[in-house]
Write a protein that binds this ligand. Structure first.
Ligand SMILES: CC(C)(COP(=O)(O)OP(=O)(O)OC[C@H]1O[C@@H](n2cnc3c(N)ncnc32)[C@H](O)[C@@H]1OP(=O)(O)O)[C@@H](O)C(=O)NCCC(=O)NCCS
Length: 341
């Protein structure tokens, strides 16, 4: 099949954008059965948002006026300027005809022209007894010289199944180990006296998290960047629930965690970063953070049911906390990576 064309997505062409959304939905419903479900708001708003720390590009494969394949490439501009983060999707009925390859080649060419040397993408990988999601990316990535550089495990917490008494007990025990710390809860932009501490810890996520062979390099995150991320969340209609623990004596942010409730998504929400500063580890702060934020979800959204999180399979401490507060394995995600020569 060579009669399709690859073009940049014109975000002012409403029919094309609608067809782009429809392709995204078709792929999601075919390949991600049993996951969080199709929800277009984030993608749609993201098409027209301005970012201060990355450039985002979209190309589509068009056949007969319809989008049959989509691709997104993100180029970080303030850090990791060697990397191109990509995603490619092809409508199920148009697969194995070279559409994915054409989109991928377009992104690799553009990435190389922009001076990028490492291509990286996330792939869903089914696990035994998990939902019947597709593993199509694995063969496609291998065919194009990409290799698995980091395996992460995605877990889901079913809030209906969490035993509130057990959670309360765990909270009480954990608080006994956390003398000298206080819990601060808020939504959206961190308060002025915490924002620099948040920026520092967000930066540490790039170095403290197990990264396997994935070539993600450190990032210098500052308060302005945090404020810009919050602007983006507001524009997308997201509720951003955050909890910090503060070391009372020094006033330092000892750790934080965040949950993102996407605009208009009623039953599934997503765990973001969780980190405790190495200076303050060993006081059960990770458990305290996770429980404190988990109980807030239903205060805000009483019908919210599932919280999703992903961890490197070697991140044993975080996984132990997640399992203790109710998360269970659903599928794996792997980072596939290729160095451009
Ligand atoms: C992965 C995906 C983009 C491939 O699109 P496609 O248009 O079918 O890919 P191509 O036709 O260009 O495939 C090129 C080669 O990749 C390999 N390949 C593609 N899909 C494969 C699959 N499901 N299983 C094994 N190998 C596969 C084959 O070697 C294929 O060549 P062949 O058809 O001659 O055997 C598509 O299946 C898809 O949208 N999957 C869901 C979303 C996804 O996982 N995206 C990738 C993560 S970013």
């Amino acid at each position: 099949m060579s009669d399709f064309t690859i073009v940049p997505l014109d975000t002012t062409d409403h029919e094309l954008v609608q067809s782009w959304l429809s392709a995204g939905q078709a792929v999601h419903e075919h390949d991600s059965v049993g996951l969080a479900g199709w929800h277009p708001v984030r993608s749609l708003v993201g098409l027209v948002q301005g970012y201060s720390d990355r450039d985002e590009f979209h190309w589509v494969a068009v056949f007969g006026g319809q989008v049959i394949g989509t691709s997104t490439m993100n180029l970080s501009t303030l850090d990791n300027t060697h990397m191109a983060d990509i995603e490619v999707q092809v409508r199920p009925e148009h697969r194995r005809r070279g559409v994915g390859t054409a989109l991928l080649q377009r992104m690799e060419t553009e990435a190389a022209q922009a001076g990028r040397t490492t291509m990286s993408c996330w792939a869903s990988v089914p696990i035994p007894d998990g939902p019947p999601i597709s593993d199509s990316c694995i063969g496609f990535a291998a065919h194009h010289g990409y290799s698995d550089s980091l395996t992460t495990v995605t877990r889901r917490c079913d809030l209906d199944k969490v035993d509130d008494e057990e959670l309360q007990q765990l909270w009480n025990q954990s608080m006994e180990a956390a003398e000298g710390f206080e819990v601060v809860v808020f939504e959206g932009t961190p308060p002025d006296d915490l924002i620099d501490g948040f920026a520092y810890l967000h930066g540490r996520m790039y170095t403290d998290m197990p990264l396997g062979e994935w070539d993600l390099q450190e990032a210098d995150i500052d308060a302005d960047r945090i404020r810009d991320w919050e602007r983006q969340r507001r524009e997308k209609g997201e509720l951003h629930l955050q909890v910090a623990v503060r070391h009372k004596e020094s006033g330092d942010v000892a750790g934080f965690t965040e949950i993102i409730i996407e605009g208009g998504r009623e039953h599934h929400c997503f765990q973001g970063d969780t980190i405790v500063d190495p200076r303050f580890r060993g006081h059960k702060l990770g458990t305290i953070l996770k429980i404190a934020n988990q109980v807030r979800i239903r205060e805000w959204r009483p019908k919210m049911r599932y919280v999703w999180t992903g961890n490197a399979e070697t991140n044993h401490h975080m996984i132990a906390i997640n399992e203790a507060v109710g998360y269970r394995k659903i599928y794996n995600e792997a980072v596939y990576q290729k160095k451009l020569s």
